[in-house]
Design a protein around this ligand. Structure first.
Ligand SMILES: [Fe+2]
Length: 533
């Protein structure tokens, strides 16, 4: 899905369709998000048929393309220029580059419905975010970028159903945790063969520590912007990841490794290279900017060390998706020497938070006003209870188990009869878990509030958890099933009467090209608890 030399054939298509540049971004005076309306009527005059930009001696689209944050009339198109992904600044010289983009009504791009130019600014890693407007709901579109003598392959995206519509069927991909050094991305190859309405990514898109493993990415652990950019370039140059981006819009949140393992708000992990608050926040600012530059998100460019990313994506009346951030605002687990132990003093009080006050209020209001059949939380850390040992001596404090009062506050919202079918999609632990969210996790007869699907990793190793699975399933009666040895992704097929989750597992992610099969399937009937299909 990287680019290729612009052919005479495609250039003639551009000319024949009579493109009018819809608008161009000016990254020097505003956040580099380009808003463009579609050209619905045939233009009467033809302008600007030449591809913009300088001549590149090699492909500047080595990082592929992506789309994301779909709405009923809009989607964000993304690319980032890099002629040599692992070279400093991706091999790019420090000048702005104007590139062209097109949106087509069919996969041959013979019917162009929108086009324009955008500026790839070196201040933002030569990334482009084009925010389209005026698209039709529940419709597939195709798009490409071009610059100089180069064009990208044609990629596919899709808008969401109109607000009032109840779709017959939606299909979502659910992925997380793609440590490049621990495996091949066969799961993405498989995902790319599916017709998806969107892919949701629950975080750990990159890892800050790489090096040698099943694959090698020889970039030191970063603390500054250039280093984070280099890691994204190393990951995004992978053709399997590019193929997965090219078939559907992605809705992305982050977890910890986009900055540093298990950081908590403004507090670095133990043993951090940036241990004090000031140096950690400078590092966080660099990491957040690099994430923004590399993700197809409908967010203004970051300023400083904070970047609010919680947002809603609605698929008509069938699915209301809330994208959460459980890292940036959480209370530090200052009592804990490591992740597992007794809960910290105060964690059962109102001051301990996972989401932070503003995000909590936003989510509470959003849930209260939803009329969707399924209310979905896309988030990072496990929400189910995992009692690791009998008694209260061992909880994973990085998960919601470390924040019981915050979880209770969220459950008070989710258990409202007005909030139908809560479904939580989670990543982080490199293993698959299916379970109910319950009013009392220790009472198997307690009322069920909703369902959590924890998706296994794309490639990150999770095998360390396998030995504890039998005991955790035994000590937590709301948990139904788990596995930690296999990598993969989860395909969710949603209709007005049923949610079906297929856990697609890779035979062996440590060698390329092994088979992918459905290991198990689970169903949530409308208004009911999850059951094995
Ligand atoms: Fe991870």
């Amino acid at each position: 899905m990287a680019g290729s030399p612009l052919t005479r054939r495609s250039f003639l298509i551009v000319t024949a369709s009579g493109i009018v540049a819809a608008c161009s971004g000016d990254a020097t005076s505003a956040p580099p998000v380009t808003t463009a309306s579609t050209t619905t009527a045939a233009p009467t005059t033809t302008t600007s048929t030449l591809p913009p930009g300088p001549a590149f001696a090699s492909d500047p689209f080595r990082l592929g393309v992506a789309s994301g944050d779909p709405a009923s009339d809009s989607v964000v198109l993304w690319t980032r220029l890099a002629t040599d992904p692992l070279a400093p600044e991706g091999g790019m010289s420090p000048e702005s580059v104007t590139i062209g983009w097109q949106v087509g009504a069919d996969e041959t791009m013979s019917d162009i419905v929108a086009s324009g130019e955008a500026v790839a600014d070196p201040a933002f890693g030569h990334s482009i975010h084009v925010e389209l407007e005026g698209l039709e709901p529940a419709r597939t579109y195709w798009y490409r970028f071009f610059v100089g003598d180069w064009e990208t392959e044609i990629a596919r995206t899709r808008t969401t159903p109109a607000d009032a519509d109840l779709a017959d069927r939606l299909v979502l991909g659910h992925v997380s945790c793609q440590r490049i050094t621990q495996g091949y991305w066969t799961a993405f190859d498989d995902l790319a063969t599916h017709d998806l309405d969107a892919t949701v990514h629950c975080g750990d898109y990159i890892y800050e520590r790489n090096g040698s493993g099943i694959r090698t990415l020889d970039i030191p652990e970063p603390t500054e912007l250039a280093g984070y950019r280099a890691i994204y370039a190393g990951y995004k140059a992978d053709p399997s990841l590019q193929a997965a981006h090219a078939v559907a819009p992605w809705i992305v949140t982050w977890d910890d490794h986009e900055v540093e393992n298990n950081y908590q708000g403004d507090v670095a992990q133990n043993g951090s290279e940036t241990p004090d608050r000031e140096s950690f926040l400078a590092r966080r600012a660099a990491a957040y900017q690099a994430w923004w530059e590399n993700m197809p998100v409908r967010l203004a460019a970051p300023v400083g060390s904070s970047l609010p990313i919680h947002r809603g994506v609605d698929f008509g009346r069938l699915v209301s998706l809330s994208v959460l951030d459980t890292r940036q605002y959480r209370t530090d687990q200052a009592c804990a020497a490591n992740d597992v132990g007794p809960r910290c003093e105060g964690s059962d009080g109102p001051d301990f938070t996972v989401l932070g006050a503003e995000q909590e209020t936003w989510l509470s209001d959003r849930l209260a006003s939803s009329d969707a059949v399924y209310n979905v939380l896309q988030q990072q850390v496990v929400m189910q209870q995992w009692r690791l040992l009998p008694g209260d001596a061992a909880w994973n404090l990085d998960q919601w188990d470390g924040y019981p009062a915050a979880r209770d506050r969220l459950f008070d919202d989710l258990r409202s009869p007005d909030v139908r079918n809560p479904v939580v999609l989670t990543g982080d632990v490199h293993s698959s878990w299916v379970g109910s969210l319950a009013t009392d996790f220790d009472d198997e007869n307690a009322a069920v509030i909703g369902t959590e699907f924890v998706g296994t990793s794309i490639s990150s190793d999770g095998g360390l958890l396998e030995p504890i699975i039998p005991a955790v399933l035994d000590q937590n009666p709301h948990l139904e099933w788990a596995q930690a040895t296999r990598r993969g992704w989860t395909r969710h097929e949603i209709t007005p009467t049923e949610w079906r989750a297929d856990f697609r597992e890779v035979e062996d992610a440590t060698v390329p090209g092994t088979t992918v099969d459905v290991a198990t399937s689970w169903v949530i009937p409308d208004g009911g608890a999850v059951v094995r299909a």
